[in-house]
Design a protein. Structure first.
Length: 267
């Protein structure tokens, strides 16, 4: 059995199918790990959601910021923007099934020596703490009333983490770290920067480069940062290679870190 970790798909179903053909994926013997952002900006978000939903236990998904945005838009919390391509999900006859499935997906997956999240970890967090914090948000998202959490997440964006945070501020900060973090200060203040890592604003650094980072003990697998691209380090695998922007979709076979890539077929 092989496990393939795959970067941000973002509705690029043609590229996804081509990549799966490239690796000769078969759900009876292989598993896929998806780093989040299954939807948005690409042309076929419904097709991507249906495919992974149908794969069942052969696909391990974590939620990204675009996935949470879809859940908020479906609740009427946010309007779609001009660059969003989620109308076809919201108008699908099976939208309720797709959204229900998406809402049940976690913000993290820990298995063996790996921890998969969409974006990153703050330098103050150990791997064990990150897992504990992720569980707090997952309980709310999968519970009976996630709407208030989604409202606070998109209307009261936090900037810094503190162990003393409570309530919605705590939950939304955790979610922001796991789904949006790229650069931060050693003290845990987060930046909205999304450009190349070497242009990170003064005082901030890519989360994985900060000294004295406590998140050791696992190789963290992420997507989210297209300007970073593919990164294979002993303690970090980054997989967003900008398929939706006309670049590539990437898979890494975890057993030997073999890299498989397909040029985007969406643009």
């Amino acid at each position: 059995m092989a496990i393939y970790a795959i970067g941000d798909v973002q509705g690029c179903s043609k590229s996804l199918r081509a990549l799966l053909d490239r690796i000769s994926f078969h759900p009876s013997k292989d598993r896929l790990w998806l780093v989040g952002d299954l939807v948005n900006r690409g042309p076929d978000s419904p097709g991507v959601l249906r495919y992974f939903k149908e794969l069942g236990s052969a696909a391990q998904v974590v939620l990204g910021n675009h996935d949470l945005f879809l859940l908020a838009a479906a609740e009427g919390i946010l309007p779609l923007r001009s660059q969003d391509t989620l109308h076809n999900v919201l108008a699908s006859p099976d939208r309720d099934d797709l959204l229900s499935w998406l809402r049940q997906q976690p913000l993290h997956h820990r298995e063996g020596t790996y921890l998969m999240v969409h974006a990153g970890l703050l330098p103050q967090w150990t791997v064990e703490e990150a897992v504990e914090y992720a569980h707090e948000v997952e309980e709310v998202l999968t519970g009976p009333a996630p709407r208030r959490f989604l409202h606070h997440l998109f209307h009261d964006p936090p900037r810094s983490w503190s162990d003393g945070l409570r309530g919605w501020e705590r939950l939304t900060t955790i979610a922001r770290v796991l789904t949006k973090l790229r650069a931060c200060t050693p003290g845990g203040e987060m930046s909205n920067f999304s450009g190349p890592p070497d242009l990170t604003p003064t005082g901030f650094a890519p989360w994985f480069q900060l000294p004295h980072r406590r998140g050791h003990g696992a190789t963290v697998i992420t997507g989210h940062w297209a300007a970073l691209g593919l990164r294979l380090a002993p303690d970090h695998i980054a997989l967003d290679t900008g398929c939706v922007w006309g670049r590539r979709l990437t898979a890494v076979r975890l057993e030997d870190r073999a890299v498989f890539q397909i040029d985007s077929l969406e643009r």
